[in-house]
Each structure stands twice: as structure tokens, then as C-alpha cells.
Design a protein around this ligand. Structure first.
Ligand code: DAT
Ligand code: MG
Length: 148
């Protein structure tokens, strides 16, 4: 079953939107298999966003993501990566459709509330950065007979 790394970013925590964002993903039918709160340090931020190194916004992105605690979650489900990307909306909240997390709650690209992996392969790498194997839970939910 596919997994995606979701970060409830510092702006979402500061704005008390964590519960609403997690709730949307949970109600969709996605299963939480790992979750922790942490304050990302510069080293972890640079590794997580390594693909963006050298871009004009990279330093601001690292400063923002390390500015305050966040919540890291692994969601599991069929097509979890694509489903979460759709529910997040476009990177720039100004362009994100209503009904998406960024479209409903954000204005500025530098404060777009949530991260979700962009491919199953990147999801595996990102999950490894944040969680050990023992921190990821393998369990059954009775309701999955009604989700699938
Ligand atoms: P996404 O988070 O939708 O996967 P991304 O991987 O292209 O987007 O970029 C990572 C983060 O960097 C994004 O969530 C917000 C920030 N960012 C991206 N493009 C930006 C830009 N043009 N100006 C400022 N910040 C930007
Ligand atoms: Mg990305």
C-alpha cells in the first residue's frame, strides 16, 4: 500500500489549523501510520529540500521550515501520493482551487501550510528522513472494508 510523507508546516501549527488539515486527510479514508511533532533543524531541512538547493527561494524556505515546530505524518492508502497532492492544491495558494487545503487556508507561496510527497519513490526517501522503521505502525482498521 502506498505511503506519503505529510508535513503540517509551522504556519499551520501557528494558525491552529493542524487539526483541520489532518482531519481532511483522515476523513478521506487515508490511514495514519506514523506521526510526530518536531522542530526541524537546518541539516534536516536542507536534506528534505535538497532538490531545491540553488533556487532563489531556498534560503527563505529553510528559514521558514525551521522557524517553529511542525508535525510530520505518514499517511497510507491506495494512490496516497496523488490523492494528497490533489487535496493540498497547487504550490502557490493564490492559484490553488477552493476546496483544497492551500486554496482554502493560504495566500502566500512561502506559507502554504502543508507538504506532501510528489512521487512514491520520493515518499520512501522522505519518510526515511523523518521516521525509523519502528516508528511506522502496521495495523488493521475495521473501516477499511468500507473504504475499499
Ligand atoms: P510543493 O510543496 O507543492 O511540492 P515545491 O516542491 O516546488 O512545491 O517547493 C517546495 C516549497 O518551496 C513550496 O511548498 C513552497 C516553496 N516554494 C516553491 N516555489 C516557491 C517560490 N517561487 N517562491 C517562494 N517559495 C517557493
Ligand atoms: Mg515538492
Amino acid at each position: 500500500m502506498e505511503r506519503s510523507l505529510v508535513l503540517i508546516k509551522p504556519d499551520a501549527i501557528q494558525r491552529s489549523l493542524a487539526g483541520q488539515i489532518i482531519s481532511r486527510l483522515e476523513r478521506k479514508g487515508l490511514k495514519i501510520v506514523a506521526m510526530k511533532m518536531l522542530h526541524m533543524d537546518k541539516d534536516l531541512a536542507q536534506r528534505h529540500y535538497a532538490i531545491h538547493k540553488g533556487k532563489a527561494f531556498f534560503d527563505d524556505l529553510v528559514t521558514f521550515i525551521t522557524s517553529s515546530p511542525l508535525i510530520a505524518i505518514v499517511f497510507q492508502g491506495e494512490n496516497a501520493v496523488q490523492i494528497i497532492r490533489q487535496m493540498m492544491g497547487e504550490t502557490d495558494p493564490a492559484k490553488a482551487l477552493g476546496g483544497t487545503i492551500r486554496g482554502d487556508f493560504g495566500i502566500d507561496v512561502g506559507h502554504n501550510l502543508v507538504h506532501g510527497s510528489d512521487s512514491p519513490q520520493n515518499a520512501c526517501q522522505e519518510i526515511d528522513l523523518f521516521f525509523s522503521a519502528q516508528e511506522i505502525f502496521d495495523y488493521d482498521r475495521d473501516l477499511d472494508t468500507w473504504v475499499y
